[in-house]
Design a protein around this ligand. Structure first.
Ligand code: ADP
Length: 586
């Protein structure tokens, strides 16, 4: 049976008199026992007002970080967590001192807040307020979220205030570092060239001068004896900390190049002695120290340069801070390396293009030289074949026909080359006119009928009237058709060739599609991307003739492009090829 008169909660613990609370109150409690309270406005232990004793007991027992100020001098008291997280080297000196003395360095910030709480009785609230504390042997940047609440005495008058605080320095600084790394990464992702990389680095590091008040990137010469400035942030180039060049041989080099040879980070401790002036970035005080981090593609590899990080004078260089600078350096070195690879690739492509141009030039010059003797050869050969007055005998005719056919073939090739050089110099401008494209296409394709007949191939033309005229350059279109059909004949041994022209209008924009399909040898997929490059020929392709220079398809592609269109291929070895040219139907 329960006793109806018993309290609903557990029995109260033993008496919590002040002395036993202090004895159980950890280090701070012990230290409070040793304090000379009689010398403070609070008076000796045991004489404290009940209200103060109660709040001190609550504070000491709590594991939240708290301090309080009581009485006319706002005498300072705190608990164990506050001592550990915030008080630093001010412990135990601070116990019993006036709060304005304990926190003299931030009194301009917190004094007015405390006055207001005491004056109004309304609690304060601050989130992540920055306070520069002197608790670690230097003026330290710290962030705190805290509330001051008024403390009443027995009579209900405000006699002090209690601060419950949580220190956020690590979170705030950590988030700031993440943001810089994120923004730098995002910026560098779009930096293609080395100058782009340096521009992004300078801009991003310059946007956050609290973490690194100044910074610079130096590139080492291959022999490591000197370095040149690539970019800097928080200061201009050419200042004492950012000379254009650093020489290892200099008796007093601005930055100690020799020390970097070991491959590790180098701490430069004496900035004030080393430099006439040091930029202070977002702070009033300039950095006292800098960290040099080698820029290496991988650890142990010869560095390509180094990052100079001017260190925030209000933070110590702990593992997190050094790790942040390392991450910056590895992002920067990775970007420099890939920019260099990109530039090398571009230079290679430019060299290839130059080679291409040289080849075209060479062909042009040779072509011009060839054209004259070829026409001189063709004229008499034609005359000989058509001379009715003195007709050639059977055998001589056959011989001259071979001469004539091959001279024409050569002339066609020479003309294509000349065309290319005109394309190259931009002199080939389409002269468009309204054309009955189906008829033109059929006419050109039809010219190949003697050749397909001779080869036993079929030639199917599906070029029904489009029902409208299309603006093209006649000669260019004829070249497109004849090049594609000629190739089809050349690479087909059985079956035949089909030429189809049609008008399509998939999305309201009318286009003409020319398809030349053959049942020939087909083209391996690995070759297909290169077919339209100049001078590209498929090695070992079986062909009806060996004539060819690998420029026919390149010309088709360029002519199609001049009409605002493009050429494509669908093919598989052994099952033929389909070339399609699509141009806007204007
Ligand atoms: P070429 O003067 O060598 O014919 P092209 O630029 O016209 O130059 O063609 C390039 C290469 O593409 C040819 O050497 C050939 O290997 C391949 N090719 C072009 N058309 C066809 C086709 N219809 N069937 C198979 N291979 C083709």
């Amino acid at each position: 049976m329960e006793d109806p008169g018993a309290p609903a909660h557990a029995p109260l613990p033993r008496q919590m008199d002040m002395r036993s609370v202090l004895e159980a109150g950890g280090e701070v409690g012990q230290a409070m026992l040793g304090c000379d309270w009689a010398a403070t406005p609070l008076g000796p232990l045991g004489t404290w007002p009940q209200a103060l004793e109660t709040v001190v007991k609550v504070m000491l027992a709590s594991r939240f970080s708290m301090w309080l100020a009581w009485g006319p001098e706002l005498t300072f008291l705190c608990n164990e967590t506050y001592r550990r997280d915030t008080l630093g080297s001010k412990y135990p000196w601070a116990l019993g001192k006036p709060a304005a003395e304990v926190w003299a360095e931030i009194w301009p910030d917190i004094g007015p807040r405390i006055d207001k709480v005491l004056g109004t009785g309304v609690a304060s609230w601050d989130e992540s307020l920055m306070l520069i504390l002197e608790r670690s042997g230097y003026r330290e940047e710290t962030y705190h979220t805290f509330s001051y609440s008024p403390l009443p005495d027995e009579a209900g008058r405000i006699a002090g205030m209690l601060c419950v605080v949580s220190e956020e320095t690590e979170r705030v600084v950590g988030e700031r570092q993440m943001a810089v790394l994120r923004d730098l990464g995002a910026g560098l992702a779009t930096a293609l060239t080395e100058p782009d990389v340096y521009e992004v680095v300078a801009r991003q590091l310059g946007a956050e001068l609290r973490l690194l008040p100044f910074s610079a990137v130096y590139l080492l010469e291959p022999d490591g004896t000197s370095a040149r400035l690539a970019c800097c942030a928080g200061t201009e180039a050419g200042r004492p900390v950012t000379p254009g060049r650093v020489e290892a041989g200099d008796p007093r080099p601005s930055w100690p190049l020799a020390a970097l040879r070991g491959g590790g980070h180098v701490r430069v401790e004496d900035l004030a002695d080393r430099f006439a002036s040091v930029p202070s970035g977002a702070w009033e005080e300039p950095p006292r120290r800098a960290l040099l981090v080698p820029l290496a593609v991988q650890t142990g590899a010869t560095p390509i340069g180094f990052l100079v990080a001017g260190l925030n004078p209000h933070r110590c260089l702990d593992a997190a801070y050094e790790g942040f600078v390392s991450l910056l350096a590895s992002q920067i070195s990775a970007s420099i390396t890939s920019a260099r690879a990109y530039e090398a690739e571009r230079a290679r492509a430019e060299n290839l293009a130059a080679l291409d141009r040289a080849k075209t030039n060479f062909f042009t010059n040779v072509s011009h030289e060839l054209r004259t003797p070829l026409t001189l050869l063709l004229g008499p050969a034609e005359d000989a074949l058509t001379d009715a007055g003195e007709p050639l005998g059977e055998r001589q005719r056959a011989r001259v026909e071979i001469v004539h056919r091959n001279a024409r073939r050569l002339l066609r090739l020479v003309d294509t080359l000349l065309e290319f050089s005109r394309l190259e110099s931009g002199r080939l401008v389409p002269r468009v006119e309204p054309v009955e494209l189906a008829a033109l296409t059929a006419d050109v394709a039809e010219m190949f009928r003697p050749a397909t007949d001779r080869a036993g191939l079929t030639l199917d033309l599906d070029c029904a009237d489009l029902g409208r005229l299309v603006l093209v350059d006649r000669d260019m279109w004829a070249k497109i058709v004849s090049n594609l059909v000629a190739n089809a004949v050349k690479f087909t041994f059985e079956g035949g060739i089909a030429v189809r022209l049609r008008l399509v209008e998939p999305d309201g924009a009318a286009r003409v599609v020319l398809e030349v399909r053959d049942t020939g040898i087909g083209i391996a997929s690995s070759e297909q991307p290169h077919l339209f490059e100049r001078f590209h020929r498929v090695e070992g392709a079986r062909a009806r003739t060996h004539e060819g220079s690998g420029i026919g398809l390149a010309l088709v592609a360029e002519l199609a492009a001049l009409h605002g269109g493009a050429v494509s291929v669908a093919s598989a070895p052994g099952s033929g090829s389909t070339f399609a040219v699509e141009v806007p139907a204007r």
